[in-house]
Design a binder for this molecule. Structure first.
Ligand SMILES: Cc1ncc(C[n+]2csc(CCOP(=O)(O)OP(=O)(O)O)c2C)c(N)n1
Ligand SMILES: [Mg+2]
Length: 227
C-alpha cells in the first residue's frame, strides 16, 4: 500500500479523519520519516474513535482539562476545542496530576457549564484526594480515567525501543469503587458506550467519575528528526 503519512501531528489528525469520518483540526502533511504501513496506522488509530466519543459527549462551550495520558496526546493533535479557552493541558511542564484539580478550579469559576478532566490510571493516583473537594463543594466536574493498567506511554516507548518494559505496571484501586467511597457516582464504560456514559455523567449535576478500561496506542513521536 503506497500510503505515506508523516511522523507528526498530521498522522493523528489524518487517522482521526479516516476512522471517524469527521475532519480533525489538523491535516495530513507529507515529509520525511513517514509511517508507511497501513496496519501500523490502523493499530494506532484505534484511539481516534475514543477521542471522537469524548468530543461528541462534551458540550461545545465546556472546558476540558487533559492530564499526561495517551488520549491527551491524541487530543493535542486532533481534538477540536470548538470554543476559545476551553482546552487546557499540562503540555510543556508535563506534570502528572494536573488535570483533575485544574478542572475543579474551572468548575468553581463557572458553575453553569459542566467541566471535564481526562487522566490515565497512573496520573489519577496523583490527585485522588481532590475527589473529596469535588464532593464537599458539589462541583460540576466529570473525571474520565483511562485505565490501561499502568504507565502506558512509558510501556509503549520502552517496548518499542528495547523489546520489553520495566516498572510500568501499577497496583491501582478500582476507580469506580474509590469514587463511590467518596460519595461520587462512578461508572465503568467501554469504547462503545463511552459517549453515552460520559454524556450522562456531564449532564448530571455534581461530580462524577467515568472509568474506561482500554489500552490506547500512541502515534509516532514528532521530535526525533529524520531516521
Ligand atoms: C509528576 C510527574 N511524574 C512523572 C512523570 C513522568 N510520566 C509522564 S507520562 C507518565 C505515565 C502516566 O501514566 P498514565 O497516567 O496511566 O497515562 P498513560 O500513559 O497510561 O496513558 C509518567 C510516569 C510526569 N510527567 N510527571
Ligand atoms: Mg495508564
Amino acid at each position: 500500500m503506497g500510503l505515506r503519512v508523516e511522523n507528526n501531528a498530521g498522522f493523528a489528525a489524518d487517522a482521526y479523519g479516516r476512522i471517524t469520518g469527521e475532519a480533525a483540526p489538523l491535516f495530513l502533511s507529507t515529509g520525511p520519516g513517514a509511517l508507511t504501513s497501513l496496519a501500523a496506522l490502523q493499530e494506532a488509530a484505534a484511539s481516534a474513535p475514543v477521542l471522537a466519543s469524548v468530543r461528541r459527549a462534551l458540550p461545545a462551550d465546556s472546558p476540558s482539562f487533559w492530564d499526561m495520558t495517551i488520549l491527551a496526546y491524541w487530543a493535542w493533535s486532533a481534538f477540536d476545542a470548538k470554543s476559545p479557552n476551553t482546552m487546557h493541558s499540562a503540555q510543556g511542564a508535563g506534570g502528572l496530576g494536573y488535570g483533575f484539580p485544574a478542572a475543579l478550579g474551572a468548575a468553581v469559576a463557572d458553575p453553569t457549564r459542566p467541566v471535564l478532566a481526562v487522566s490515565g490510571d497512573g496520573g489519577a493516583l496523583y490527585s485522588v484526594a481532590v475527589l473529596a473537594t469535588a464532593r464537599q463543594y458539589d462541583l460540576n466536574v466529570t473525571w474520565l480515567i483511562v485505565d490501561d493498567g499502568g504507565y502506558g506511554i512509558l510501556r509503549e516507548y520502552m517496548t518499542d525501543a528495547f523489546g520489553q518494559a520495566t516498572a510500568t505496571e501499577l497496583t491501582r484501586p478500582d476507580y469506580v469503587a474509590l469514587a463511590e467511597s467518596f460519595g461520587v457516582p462512578g461508572v465503568r464504560t467501554t469504547p462503545e458506550t463511552l459517549e453515552r456514559d460520559l454524556s450522562r455523567a456531564l449532564t448530571e449535576p455534581g461530580p462524577s467519575v467515568v472509568v474506561l478500561p482500554a489500552v490506547l496506542r500512541m502515534f509516532a513521536p514528532t521530535h526525533l528528526g529524520d531516521a
